[in-house]
Every structure is written in structure tokens, then in C-alpha cells.
Design a protein around this ligand. Structure first.
Ligand SMILES: [Zn+2]
Length: 285
């Protein structure tokens, strides 16, 4: 089943008087959505009890859960201490995922702004292998680690790099952020064919099984020469890419991905817009 949901909590959720993410699963299900990416962007601060409550609600309302690991993770840092701490943050995120019953965690693996690109990729591969080993030893091996394709040129996270990284363990699955791909490619996703060629590469590299249920991020994006600048909403049509182009290829390839919307402030509303675009195209075939 294809799934749609937001990254974090929409402004409208708080405007309606809600304060706790425990209320998100029901709120999303009432809207007609069925996925939720819980944000630990600024640190894994959620405890076992709160995680468990979100998990119970998600199960009750059929919401697929994932967690976004902290942004400051950098497994390619020139400082060993930062690399070690980054691994700990990923393990902490996996722990929270286990409490919550989240199936996937999304990780920005690192940046090569201060280091050699080859060294960075080698170091991240080594670090990630160690994380996987520790996760297996701690009973966290069932949760899928999803390294994300990143939008800035100085971040370790091109399509090729992330696919290379996913070769170290067959459980690793990329988070394909189409806004980031579009920004990194200076507007490279401007037609259904552009999306198809990216998805062909992913399918060939990952194999059918991992490809079918891909983890995806989508929003409109503004970019500069350095890549990603700012995420926008579905209404900001001066920015690409177009979700309808992706929806067409998802249907053509019979995929059942999880689509997480990262629109600024309106992630749930826009996830619903995307779901409706998808259903409209599906109905027209
Ligand atoms: Zn991300």
C-alpha cells in the first residue's frame, strides 16, 4: 500500500489547540493520511513512555511511523569524537524507534565540507557498518536505516553516494528526497521522464524488493548554485519539482512507497494534496 504523511507537525495542528505528538496519529488518520515521520532533528529527547504512547496511537489508526535522526549527525567529521557521538545519536534514534514501533529511521550521514570526498565516503561506510553491528547486538536490527539523499553540494548524499552506501548491508534503504535531488541537480527533475530515469537507477541498484517500498521525501524547493536553499509549499508553484510527475512514474512502476511531505509548515495538508493528485492520476489510467 502506498502511504502519505507529514514530516513533523503542521502549524494547523498546533493552531487547533493540540500540543502533543501523541495526538498526531488520530489527527492524521482523520485527515485521510497514513504515515508520520517523527522529528528528532534537534536531538532524541523523547522517552520510552511518550514513544510508546505515540506507537499505540499509530497502531490503532494504521499510521506507518518513521523517525528523523538529529541533523547534527556527521559520520564524516574530521574529529573522531564527533564521529563517535554521531554513531551514538543514530543508536539513540533506533532505540526511540523500537519503543515507538517505528519501522525506519532517516539519517543525514554527513558533510564533506572540511574533508576529502573519498575519505568521507570510506569513513561513513566504516561508521555505518559499526552502527549496524551494534544495532544487531542490541536487538535493534529490524529497524531500517535510511540514509538520505541530501540537497547541498557539500553534503555527503548524492544519489550515487547513497546507493554506494546502501551496498554495505542489504537492509539499508535510501531516503529519496526528490527536492534535494532537484536542488543538487540545479532543477534536474522537470518532467516525468526525469523522475523515471532516477527511479530506474534506484531500481537497478537496489533490486525489486527494496525498491518497491522506497522511503521518499517530497516538497517544492528553492535552490542556489550550492544546492538546496529552502523548502516551499504546494502553493508556491514558481518552485519545482511537480508531484504529478513522480506520481505518474510510481504508478507506471507499480511502486508502493512511503511519501513524506516536507512542505514548510503545511506538511500534513500538502501530503493530502499529493495523495489526491496520486489518486486522480490512478483513477484516470
Ligand atoms: Zn532529512
Amino acid at each position: 500500500m502506498i502511504r502519505f504523511g507529514p514530516s513533523g507537525n503542521s502549524e494547523s495542528f498546533y493552531n487547533a489547540g493540540y500540543k502533543s505528538s501523541v495526538d498526531m496519529p488520530k489527527w492524521l488518520a482523520d485527515m485521510g493520511l497514513n504515515a508520520y515521520e517523527y522529528q528528532c532533528n534537534r536531538g532524541v529527547r523523547i522517552g520510552k513512555e511518550a514513544s510508546g504512547k505515540i506507537g499505540e496511537e499509530a497502531l490503532k489508526h494504521d499510521i506507518f511511523l518513521s523517525i528523523h535522526a538529529p541533523y547534527y549527525v556527521n559520520m564524516a567529521s574530521p574529529e573522531e569524537e564527533k564521529r563517535e557521538n554521531s554513531k551514538k545519536h543514530i543508536i539513540k534514534t533506533l532505540n526511540a524507534a523500537k519503543w515507538m514501533g517505528a519501522k525506519r529511521i532517516v539519517v543525514h550521514v554527513g558533510s564533506y565540507s572540511k574533508v576529502d570526498k573519498k575519505w568521507a565516503l570510506y569513513t561513513v561506510k566504516k561508521g555505518l557498518s559499526q552502527v549496524i553491528e551494534e544495532a544487531d547486538n542490541s536487538g535493534l536490527g529490524e529497524i531500517t536505516i535510511c540514509p538520505e539523499i541530501l540537497g547541498k553540494n557539500n553534503q555527503l548524499g548524492s544519489l550515487e553516494e547513497i546507493l554506494d552506501l546502501c551496498k554495505i548491508d542489504e537492509r539499508l534503504t535510501p531516503t529519496v528526497d526528490f527536492a534535494h535531488l532537484h536542488a543538487r541537480g540545479q532543477g534536474s527533475l522537470s518532467s516525468p521522464a526525469d523522475f523515471e530515469s532516477v527511479l530506474d537507477i534506484l531500481e537497478n541498484s537496489l533490486g525489486k524488493e527494496r525498491f518497491k517500498n522506497l522511503h521518499c521525501h517530497f516538497s517544492r524547493v528553492e535552490f542556489t548554485k550550492g544546492g538546496e536553499k529552502k523548502h516551499w509549499t504546494m502553493k508556491d508553484i514558481q518552485y519545482g519539482p511537480e508531484f504529478s510527475h513522480l506520481a505518474e512514474i510510481i504508478l507506471k512502476k507499480k511502486m508502493e512507497p512511503v511519501i513524506i511531505c516536507e512542505s514548510r509548515g503545511k506538511m500534513a495538508e500538502d501530503a493530502l494534496k499529493m495523495k489526491k493528485i496520486y489518486e486522480k492520476i490512478k483513477g484516470g489510467i
